[in-house]
Ligand binder design. Sequence first.
Ligand code: ADP
Length: 385
Amino acid sequence: MSVFRDPVQTAIRALEAELAGGAHADLAPAVDRLASLLLQREERLRAIEKAQPERELLAAMPAAAGLIAADGRIRASNAALDGLSPGGRAIGLTLLEITRQSDLAEAARRALEGSPKQLEIQFAGRTWIANVVPMLRGEALALLRDVTGARMAEATRRDFVANASHELRTPVSAIAGAAETLLSGAMDEPAQARLFVEMIARNAERLARLTNDLLDLSRIESRQWPVKLEPVPVAGTARRAVEVCSEPARRKRIELRVDVPEDVAVVADARALEQVLVNLLDNAVKYTPEGGGATVTASPVAGDRIEVVVADTGPGIERHHLPRLFERFYRVDPGRSRGSGGTGLGLAIVKHLVQMQAGDIGVDTGSGGTSFRVRLPRADAPAVH
Ligand code: ADP
């Protein structure tokens, strides 16, 4: 048992020190202290033993749980509550000593008087829903549920809805504004009319891209994307992705190349892998200055995996952006992204698609360009596509 190990060890060390110093006459206080600590420890062990049946009940609870005796001290606890307690044992402590939260201590006091209470508290760097309910014999039960993950997910969802609404509102207002201007007279002046119709077309296109990306993301996240894992040849898939991006690449004089041996295949969902490569190549084209290039390569790496790399000769990405790069709507340079038709969702979709195929994704970047690395399981026999 380790309940009082430290104080006992301190007392023993004091004893040893005194013995070593030869001051035998002064041993009495140290021995007394040691004896009283051992006594306390025994009492505590007895309390733990007595609480065994309750402990077994509490162990089954999906939360940190403790039974509070009428004196406000924990009489039985489960391992989760012990893990949160100083010294790794909740028995004998008050909720205030464990959590340092006076609101919870007050709720426990009221529960011992018969009134249940639920409250949200912060401690140990996490968010908890605490329930304290009166029990028989003037005792109370305390349950602490860790809701940190749920709270974070709620915040992420709130942010996402706010961001998506903002992104959608911008092109909608532009379209409405341009139509209004046309109707209030610009329609009769051909040069002006053309400008506003172009504005409508541009923003309608942007709206379509956004809604498509949002739909893809929601389909992937709600697992409605039918994943069919099979051997997929990388070279053929990369060539199809290059084909999709060839028109914008041609306009910017960006050379897209596939340098992958024909016999390299991965276990993947063919459509998902193609979408991943399209999104990465599309970014390479968008962010690489005119006259640059992007290349798809593939090579075996440890763990029987293939690393598919999309490397461009663009400006690179500053390191401090990397931790957030794959977040939805995260943009390094929002103006530049919007200007080139970016929705801010491309890399979030890529990350989800890669994870869906049991792969992982990384990025290397510097002033010489950016390389996105996608690792997927190697397939032995490539299927014919
Ligand atoms: P977007 O639609 O804005 O391109 P993404 O999620 O695809 O959204 O990418 C997020 C941000 O990462 C982009 O806005 C851009 O700033 C940066 N980025 C992505 N790919 C590259 C790249 N190949 N070179 C430089 N920056 C890039």
